[in-house]
Ligand binder design. Structure first.
Ligand SMILES: [Fe+2]
Length: 321
């Protein structure tokens, strides 16, 4: 049973405010379901054609327990079996990089972004990277913040998205955000349940999409049914600069012991930091401390939804491209 605060203080409803897309909160309808690409049959075929290096399957602890994600392996099951396992288990499957593996799905997203940009003169988005998320009725995504802007195109089931103010340094201290930008950490950022009192809480229904302010911490509780969504990462020029600022501030703090003074994403300082971040990435300055992922379980082929824990000797790093 998914636990969540019964009467969240701030509940938002679809605003269809496309002028906020790429900046603030935008909650609007989409038409992806009319493509017919999200039936069990189509999803099963999609799962089967995914190479190991482009999918992740994870399980997570319950609300109230020590937050933990664990990565696993599909163990060669059929697409139908994988869906059955997700329906019955506590699992979250992420099929990444549509651009390489699922072009027909990528086209849907590309069309939607083209429409959104045509409705918003002045909005330019880039770096679109989409993944399909298929998760259990009781699955959840732990409190975290993402590096890029994120849009979530919901397709099946119901989920509640909790959004926290990205400018509240209690929710997201600068040093933590820097660690995210440097890919040192992602899921393990500090969270206190009392913050839910001031969070925005949005129930996402099939056919609705959501995009939120850059780096806004969030978590997700699935409420009902097999949940299927597309998540698309993107950047705007402003958020790319903000990324560069925090990336470079993080490097300065960690390498030079300098306490960064400015987190503004505008002005000449911001542009210089952004250039430094790109240069550092190009020469691989941070590669050694980026986190690596281990797989610690595989699906049980006889019992849909059950997991087989791997012994330390069987555990191996998951290579993701
Ligand atoms: Fe996220």
């Amino acid at each position: 049973m998914v636990q969540h605060t019964e009467h969240p203080r701030s509940v938002t409803f679809p605003n269809n405010d496309m002028s906020q897309f790429g900046k603030g909160l935008s909650h609007f309808q989409h038409d992806f379901l009319s493509s017919g690409l999200f039936t069990d049959e189509r999803l099963a075929r999609l799962i089967e054609r995914y190479p190991r290096e482009y999918y992740m399957i994870t399980t997570m602890t319950q609300q109230g327990q020590k937050p933990e994600w664990r990565n696993g392996d599909l163990n060669g099951v059929s697409g139908e079996y994988a869906l059955e396992a997700i329906r019955n288990g506590r699992l979250w499957l992420c099929l990444r990089r549509f651009d390489l593996i699922a072009p027909e799905y990528d086209d849907l997203v590309a069309d939607a972004f083209a429409q959104i940009e045509s409705m918003n003169p002045g909005l330019t988005t880039s770096g679109h990277k989409s993944s399909l998320l298929i998760s259990s009725p009781g699955a959840r995504v732990l409190y975290h913040a993402d590096i890029p802007m994120v849009s979530l195109w919901h397709l099946r089931g119901r989920k509640r998205v909790w959004l926290y103010d990205p400018n509240d340094k209690t929710h997201l201290p600068d040093e933590v955000l820097e660690g995210i930008m440097l890919r040192e950490t992602e899921e393990e950022i500090p969270y206190d349940q009392s913050w839910d009192q001031t969070a925005q809480s949005i129930v996402l229904e099939p056919g609705y999409a959501l995009s939120w302010p850059h780096n806004a911490p969030h978590r997700v509780d699935n409420l009902e049914g097999l949940n299927v969504s597309i998540t698309t990462d993107y950047f705007t020029p402003e958020t790319k600069r903000r990324y560069g600022v925090y990336y470079t501030n993080g490097l300065m703090r960690r390498r030079l012991g300098v306490k960064p003074r400015s987190t503004s994403a505008n002005g000449i300082g911001a542009y210089a930091k952004c250039a430094a971040a790109l240069a550092a990435k190009k020469v691989g300055v941070k590669a050694a401390t980026e986190r690596s992922m281990m797989q610690t379980f595989k699906l049980n082929k006889e019992m849909p939804g059950a997991l087989i824990d791997l012994s330390p000797a069987e555990q191996q790093a998951i290579t993701q491209y």
